[in-house]
Design a protein around this ligand. Structure first.
Ligand code: MF3
Ligand code: CO
Ligand code: CO
Length: 250
């Protein structure tokens, strides 16, 4: 088990996969509205778009996962299976997708609010997105995986939120999950030193309540034990001498 650095050519393939994934997430987010059962439809929309753009869904079939998207609602932190749950105004919905392009893959997620949410829910989503930005700012050669996690953790805690336990980011590119792990709970300076050519999925998962999570009855979704909501943003980046180059953008 080792960390595979990616070549410039491989990175360009991941960038193409990332562009497809970003477009799909934006389109799916725009399709979300209250009182609709959009998640199965969304999965079909995502699949069609990925294939039309020359990509291939990375999650469907991975460890027997059944769908193109992970759609995680409220207390579902990650790995929610699109299954026909009706969305209500105020729900917090995370859309997570992996796309392959010419044998190389990315992994990216966004969280959106359905209709109108209360102040604390809006704050959770905003702080989680900012936590990802804080992590990206320290994701550069010479820093460590712990620096990435600590930056997100410190930002979340400054607003009274916490990273979910036992869930981490990861290397990505040839496979959906590669080494190294990117913790979301960490001390600065710990972990693995970042090197140019490392491709990483950085993904703070932040909760409003207590950080413990458990596997739900459907055996895929990971939910907060206290059933309070979570938010999650994820980008795939390549580490360069100058910082993190974000690959999952349009
Ligand atoms: N998107 C998840 C992550 O960010 C991985 C999904 S794996 C699947 O690591 F099997 F659930 F699709
Ligand atoms: Co993901
Ligand atoms: Co990931």
């Amino acid at each position: 088990m080792k960390i595979h650095l990616k070549t410039p050519q491989q990175i360009e393939r991941i960038r193409k996969a990332g562009r497809i994934a970003a477009r799909v997430l934006r389109t799916c987010a725009e399709a979300i509205e209250p009182n609709r059962t959009v998640d199965v439809e969304l999965d079909q929309l995502a699949e069609r778009m990925v294939l039309e753009m020359g990509g291939f869904p990375a999650f469907k079939g991975y460890r027997l996962y059944p769908s193109v998207l992970c759609v995680s609602i409220n207390e579902e932190v990650v790995h929610g299976v699109p299954s026909g749950r009706v969305l209500r105004s105020g729900d917090i919905v995370t859309l997570d997708i992996g796309v392959y392009y010419e044998g190389f893959c990315c992994d990216t997620a966004i969280t959106v609010i359905v209709g109108h949410a209360d102040y604390q829910r809006k704050r959770l989503v905003r702080v989680t997105e900012e936590a990802l930005q804080k992590s990206l700012e320290v994701a550069r050669a010479g820093n460590t995986t712990g620096d990435i996690g600590a930056a997100a953790q410190q930002h979340a805690e400054a607003f009274g939120f916490k990273p979910a336990k036992n869930l981490a980011g990861h290397g990505v590119g040839r496979f959906v999950h590669e080494l190294p792990d990117i913790p979301n709970i960490a001390q600065p300076g710990t972990g693995v030193e970042l090197k140019p050519g490392m491709v990483l999925a950085i993904e703070p998962m932040i909760v409003m309540g207590e950080p413990e999570v458990e596997i739900s009855e459907n055996e895929w979704a990971i939910v907060t034990r206290d059933r309070k909501p979570a938010a999650h943003f994820e980008h795939t980046v390549v580490i360069t001498e100058n910082g993190a180059d974000v690959l999952t953008v349009e």
